[in-house]
Design a protein. Structure first.
Length: 231
């Protein structure tokens, strides 16, 4: 059983597509969504999950499964100067982007230990770049990575592994909404002028995520950060 938390987002959908292609649909996939299901998805069990609420039924259900892999793709953005970002918003980002992962693992650790589950966590270069207007988002991603690396050490003796993917900006609906919120009317101009035309494709990120999760040559890898998506 493979679980994708945040599977209805662009990155989550790309990962599901890559898993299905790689495993020739010979696997069971559970994908969470907060608002909308993946309309075109087939052979994927979709369950509503909101990190700000409670869904003990989902966790109880997952705890009955042989959970081999978990992809954590949950995240929200905030692009405002820190002095204009309320404490409430900062705490919300931390809760969604970081603490939600810890809470998920706390709910699933017993079955994860039994199954030696392999975790892939989608983070962001924002965790280390600390760019202006990205402060609260960067802080939440930095906290996420710190939690993941600590768990990697604490749970290693049980055979559970945790590895982080740290992509730069990905060409996605979220990225386009973010750029629009920053006041840029043309996304392509932003990519050219602000990112020097360097932006990742969803397929690139999904390929790396699935490779590090499913390829046995990475089975012992633990507590590492991957930021090379050019291969």
């Amino acid at each position: 059983m493979i679980a994708i938390f945040g599977g209805s987002g662009d990155v989550g959908q790309a990962i599901i597509k890559k898993i299905k292609t790689t495993l020739k649909n010979k696997c069971s996939i559970i994908s969470t969504f907060r608002k909308n299901k993946i309309i075109s998805s087939q052979e994927v069990e979709q369950i509503r999950y909101d990190v700000t609420g409670q869904n003990n039924e989902l966790m109880d259900y997952l705890n009955t499964k042989n959970l081999s892999h978990v992809f954590f793709c949950i995240g929200i953005a905030s692009k405002n100067n820190l002095i204009n970002t309320s404490e409430e918003e900062i705490l919300h980002l931390i809760n969604v982007n970081a603490l939600s992962f810890l809470n998920i693992y706390k709910s699933l650790f017993e079955t994860c230990r039994q199954n030696k589950t392999r975790f892939i966590i989608i983070s962001s270069t924002a965790a280390v770049n600390n760019r202006a207007t990205y402060g609260a988002y960067s802080a939440s991603k930095a906290m996420l990575e710190s939690l993941v690396k600590t768990l990697a050490k604490e749970e290693e003796r049980y055979g559970v592994t945790f590895n982080i993917l740290q992509p730069s900006m990905i060409d996605s609906k979220l990225a386009r909404r973010t750029v629009d919120a920053l006041g840029y009317k043309n996304f392509n101009d932003y990519v050219v002028n602000k990112l020097n035309s360097k932006i990742l494709k969803l397929s690139q990120v999904a390929k790396v995520a699935v490779d590090y999760a499913l390829n046995e040559k990475y089975s012992e890898m633990n507590g590492k950060t991957v930021n090379d998506f050019e291969g």
